[in-house]
Design a protein around this ligand. Structure first.
Ligand code: SF4
Length: 365
């Protein structure tokens, strides 16, 4: 029998698996196990033995069915001047993934990765340049939360899948991770505080809708002009705007979502002119949405970041056409921690104003 990693198991199936293994009081045992693995952030069998008061016999039964142990190797952590932290972890495959903790008054928002690299190839994004290395497992995804909570002593209140990767391209693992992050027997992140952000994988949006997933779904739109969207996001060639917006409207109706959030990276000279303002007002008619304008964060290449005046002018023209719009500045962007800047570089090597909390090899979160 192939042994599954305990952290990969959706908590809703845990009691059934324990029952099938012949463990007595399986429901109570599953609750305790979920607390240890997802709430207390226990990382190995020694921790489980202590947390669960496992007898030898029970441990042997569990070990016969489950693998357990750390799957991320801490590489480095950097803190920006605004308190945002970027963590780099190595996977067993040798790939590197990143997670970003954003501190905002009482909230602690964790931006998680779902893949090492990304297959979508968005031309404004540093992760897209890497190509897809591999999908992360549900356990690897949630271990980042467990480690960061333990290292900071701060409880994560919000999770956004806006790190490396297209989360709906790794659908099953991300949905299992969401369930385990929300697990009421552990330290739960509330349903509506878990956000999955997609670049527009239409079949996966339809699946998300059909399954009535309770997590928030955001769409990275970036242009309502088909040709320009195709240039920014190669995926748009496969799923043109009418098809994509149709899927989004069905999601809004069937999942009873009041407002859908659309992300819009502001790129002067590319997607901020009058033609784009008109296209947004026209194409989004009938959808209840908020347009989150994100000034592009520097990653090198052919684009430039907009000035504050350019962003203000763009949003003013949108508001004149009754488009509901907000501006979102990325935390930690000056230190390579903002949207589109996660490139699995060695955080230690980046010469920025932020400071290293611990260099590779010393940091143990
Ligand atoms: S913006 Fe998102 S979907 Fe596009 S390449 Fe970057 S990580 Fe992938």
């Amino acid at each position: 029998m192939e042994r599954v990693h305990l952290r990969d198991v959706p908590v809703s199936t845990l009691a059934g698996r324990l029952r099938a293994a012949g463990i007595a009081s399986a429901d109570a045992a599953a609750r305790r196990l979920a607390w240890c693995v997802h709430g207390a952030g226990v990382l190995d069998w020694d921790g489980l033995r202590a947390g669960l008061d496992l007898g030898r016999e029970r441990e042997a039964v569990l070990r016969a069915r489950f693998r357990f142990g750390p799957q991320l190797a801490p590489l480095a952590v950097r803190e920006s001047e605004d308190g945002t932290r970027k963590y780099a972890y190595g996977l067993a495959s040798g790939d590197v993934i990143e997670a970003v903790l954003i501190r905002n008054r009482a909230n602690r928002t964790l931006c998680l990765s779902s893949q090492a690299g990304c297959a979508m190839g968005c031309t404004f994004c540093a992760t897209g340049e890497l190509g897809l290395r591999r999908n992360m497992t549900a356990g690897e995804i949630t271990e980042a939360r467990a480690r960061i909570q333990a290292a900071t002593g701060e409880r994560v209140t919000d999770v956004v899948f806006m790190g490396m990767g297209e989360p709906l391209h790794n659908y099953d693992a991300v949905m299992d991770a969401c369930e385990n992050l929300n697990c009421s027997d552990a330290a739960p992140v509330a349903r509506k505080r878990i956000t999955v952000s997609t670049s527009g994988l239409v079949p996966a949006i339809e699946r998300f809708t059909a399954q009535r997933r309770p997590w928030r779904l955001h769409l990275s739109l970036h242009s309502a002009v088909q040709e320009v969207r195709e240039r920014l996001m190669p995926l748009a060639r496969r799923y043109p705007l009418p098809e994509l917006l149709g899927a989004l409207r069905r999601y809004q109706d069937l999942c009873a979502v009041k407002w859908v959030t659309l992300q819009y990276v502001a790129l002067p000279g590319v997607n901020m002119d009058d033609a784009h303002v008109d296209a947004l007002a026209r194409e989004l008619r009938g959808l209840r949405y908020i347009l989150n304008v994100i000034p592009w964060n520097e990653t090198g290449g052919a684009f430039r970041a907009p000035t504050w005046a350019e962003v203000k002018d763009f949003t003013t023209r949108l508001r004149r056409l009754s488009c509901p719009v907000k501006v979102r500045y990325s935390a930690g962007k000056q230190d390579g921690m903002g949207c589109g800047q996660l490139s699995a570089e060695t955080v230690a090597a980046r010469p920025t104003a932020g400071h290293m909390l611990a260099p590779p090899g010393i940091f143990t979160a």
